[in-house]
Design a protein around this ligand. Structure first.
Ligand SMILES: [Zn+2]
Length: 195
């Protein structure tokens, strides 16, 4: 399945690439073909979208186009775009919950979902580039310095490699930046002083 274009002929013509059931024999034993058939439609309650259903002819389980989408089983899929904007705008989880009328648990769940999806998408794009002989272009190495909970006690460095013309992030890492011995002693002395 092409992650950049998962529905090349529209959602109605979507062909499932594999059975979503991890215990299905088409996924566990080598050489067992994945056979499937279309099995009607249903309407999603949250947005009224018409969804194609399928049945796996190996394990007889039913599934749908939704099984392959990031908003599978989400009660409020419309929150995702707004929450994504809040994540890249440094809005705190608590504030995002207030703005979008959801709990902090929902905000955290959506962040983990999007980050997993982004990692898988990035890995798939790199794998495709590797199969085609590697990445071509001009690359720039840069470094961002930030912190976790305290600028003084928990500084973090984030080295990043970017392709200049497409802004494709080839790789990004995070690592703790160690404090100098003098600064560490001063921070220790300040935190030890009686209030
Ligand atoms: Zn199956």
């Amino acid at each position: 399945m092409d992650l950049e274009n998962p529905f090349p002929r529209g959602a109605e013509k979507f062909q499932p690439p594999y059975c979503p059931n991890p215990a299905c024999s088409s996924r566990t034993s080598a050489g067992t073909a994945f056979l499937w058939q279309r099995k009607g439609h249903f309407r999603r309650r949250c947005d009224g979208r018409r969804i194609q259903r399928f049945r796996c002819l190996r394990c007889r389980r039913s599934f749908s186009v939704q099984s392959f989408r990031i908003d599978y089983r989400l009660h409020k899929p419309k929150l995702t775009a707004g929450l994504f904007d809040s994540f890249v705008s440094k809005v705190t989880h608590r504030q995002a919950g207030r703005i979008f009328g959801c709990t902090r648990k929902t905000v955290r769940h959506r962040l983990l979902l999007l980050s997993r999806h982004a990692r898988e998408f990035h890995a798939a794009v790199l794998e495709r580039a590797r199969r085609r002989g590697g990445l071509l272009g001009s690359f720039q190495f840069d470094e961002l310095e930030t912190y976790e909970h305290s600028r003084r006690l928990a500084p973090v460095t984030m080295p990043v490699l970017i392709e200049l013309h497409t802004f494709f992030v080839v790789h990004l890492e995070t690592a703790p930046r160690y404090l100098s011995t003098i600064l560490r002693h001063r921070v220790f002395e300040i935190s030890e002083q009686p209030a």
